[in-house]
Design a protein around this ligand. Structure first.
Ligand code: S3P
Length: 169
């Protein structure tokens, strides 16, 4: 199972880098958020609003189980909260090689301050919310990943070059 899986906080570039890298490597690209939206026939923000976060987290686990046994040699981007559940971390490790795309709260804020699609960042003070969530999550991302990549101040092209170099692909 030679999947490459990108993990990290919302706005760290998992989807952008994942799709570009899959194009470069002629591999299939999967995004768990997109898979869930397709299967549910509604947007993530609607799932959160109509069913709540706990339900969404169950969908993430289901999605990983669906991917196991289906996906080989793919690039997979997973939602920022997905690695927080122990069961998901075990499934992720079975699914492929995990790269954590590390980014500072400032960069995330700049990228996502006008975003309306992330329910967890829709409060009055997204800057504090990002800092608080990242603070809580970063050690889990680091401990879960097979490789941690600092992406701040780097172009997507450079990040992809570094991934290819590290993985010798
Ligand atoms: C979430 C991240 C989002 C999406 C949902 C919850 C999170 O995915 O799954 O809004 O808890 O960090 P991205 O990381 O692709 O933005």
């Amino acid at each position: 199972m030679d999947n490459i899986i990108l993990i990290g906080f919302m706005g760290c570039g998992k989807t952008s880098i994942g799709s570009k890298l899959s194009f470069r490597l002629h591999r299939n690209f999967i995004d768990t958020d997109k898979q869930i939206e397709k299967k549910q026939g509604r947007a993530i923000s609607d799932i959160f609003r109509e069913e709540g976060e706990v339900f969404f987290r169950q969908l993430e686990t289901e999605c990983l189980k669906d991917l196991l046994g289906q996906q080989n040699n793919s690039i997979i981007a997973v939602g920022g909260g997905l690695p927080l559940q122990k069961e998901n971390r075990e499934l992720l490790h079975r699914l492929g090689y995990l790269i954590y795309l590390q980014v500072t709260p400032d960069t995330i804020y700049k990228r996502l301050r006008s975003d309306t699609t992330r329910p967890l960042l829709q409060g009055d003070n997204p800057r504090d919310r990002i800092a608080e969530l990242l603070n809580r999550r970063s050690s889990v991302y680091t401990a879960t990943a097979d490789m941690v990549m600092d992406t701040d101040g780097k172009e997507f092209e450079q990040i992809m070059d570094e991934i290819q170099e590290a993985l010798k692909i």
